[in-house]
Design a protein around this ligand. Structure first.
Ligand code: TXA
Ligand code: MG
Length: 339
């Protein structure tokens, strides 16, 4: 029973000896069909042997994930990627050469080796070669690919620290590997290349402009609210903190105060996340400032949202982001969080 489990062991990785021991411990559990949490460069993953249908089904149970939502398969080299798919087109080779190892998931027709549980019964599979050294080492040690969604209960915020995983899933899994704060901070870009022209199913830090340079064509990007449901992760309400989230633009403190007074009652506990117009805090207002830089912002935003929830915020106000390609992945997540 899930509820009878002891709290997960947390294995650190910050010395070479600890790293090796954690790789061995993780691989041992994965080989026996267990589900564990481990770091990737984007967010923490909830991993199981992708070729073991029963193990993958347990991921769904642990997350409370709808069975119609397919799971990304993580590989550690091109040969393993090719084994997961029916065919390896030139475009996949080009995209792999340009962006792997890294935060890009390619959707391609699946190979028969991939169980139905992974693809939600669909004909395609999402493949990603993560750049994080720990998950790479575990995949190599296991010799099989890892199915891994983000390590959080379904519809909650993704985890960018081991502590986030412990809070969400600590009593549901036997092991959490602590790799510190993740580098990228939001989930991978998901690109469907089983269709022509290729189509971005989920925006991320590898943005449309960079993809276009390799693909030469891309289906028109659409904003989340009008996106047809090609990928269940595109559901508008997703990646959300418990508090209500608003995206606002303000010129100075007075302007912000005015906008807030129209929307909230004075007693509400408001947290503001800013990057250019830094407001003054007050009685019921806390302010966090993240550097005005897309990479830094992506890395920090989920931890900041987790903190707002922990502090019991009712309302989170995030300063609107610039409308340029390198910010689009982050804007996408904030829009979903505010839906
Ligand atoms: O960065 C990431 O992608 C993280 C780390 C752990 O790798 N994983 C992650 O997985 O975010 P998850 O399950 O939380 O989100 C995967 C997204 C979902 O929106 C899912 O619907 C979509 O990818 N997806 C997976 N396989 C797909 C497929 N065959 N066709 C269409 N969409 C797919
Ligand atoms: Mg997720």
């Amino acid at each position: 029973m899930l509820t009878d489990m002891l709290e997960a062991r947390i294995l650190p990785t910050h010395t070479p000896e600890l790293f090796v021991a954690a790789v061995r411990g993780a691989a041992q559990l994965l080989r026996t069909g267990e589900v564990i949490a481990l770091p990737t460069e984007t967010v923490y993953g909830l991993a199981a042997n992708a070729l073991d249908a029963a193990a993958v089904e347990r991921i769904f149970a642990i997350k409370g994930r709808p069975t119609c939502n397919p799971i990304i398969v993580h590989v550690a080299d091109l040969q393993m990627a090719r084994r997961c798919v029916a065919d390896w087109p030139l475009l996949a080779a080009k995209l792999g050469a340009a962006f792997w190892a890294g935060p890009l998931t390619l959707v391609l027709p699946r190979s028969p080796e991939i169980p139905d549980a992974v693809t939600a019964g669909g004909l395609t599979v999402g493949i990603r070669w993560p750049s994080h050294r720990f998950v790479q080492a575990v995949i190599c040690e296991c010799g099989f690919p890892l199915a891994a969604p983000s390590a959080n209960r379904s519809n909650e915020l993704s985890s960018t620290k081991a502590e986030h995983v412990r809070k969400s899933l600590g009593f549901r899994i036997p092991l959490i590997v602590d790799g510190g704060q993740t580098q990228v901070g939001i989930e991978s870009t998901v690109l469907d290349i089983s269709v022509k022209p290729p189509r971005v199913l989920r925006r991320g830090m590898i943005h449309a402009e960079s993809l276009l340079a390799v693909t030469g064509e891309l289906a028109a990007a659409s904003c989340p609210s009008v996106e047809p449901l090609r990928s269940p992760g595109m559901l508008l309400k997703h990646y959300a903190p418990a508090a209500k989230l608003l995206i606002l633009q303000w010129s100075d403190d007075n302007d912000l105060r005015l906008q807030l007074s129209r929307r909230t009652n004075p007693a509400s506990q408001t947290h503001i996340i800013a990057h250019t117009h830094i407001p003054l805090g007050g009685e019921s207002t806390r302010v966090a400032v993240i550097a005005h830089d897309p990479e830094a912002f992506a890395r920090a935003i989920y931890a900041e949202l987790h903190r707002c929830d922990e502090d019991g915020a009712d309302l989170i106000v995030v300063e609107a982001l610039p409308n340029s390609p390198e910010w689009h992945g982050i804007t996408d997540r904030l829009k979903r969080a505010s839906a």
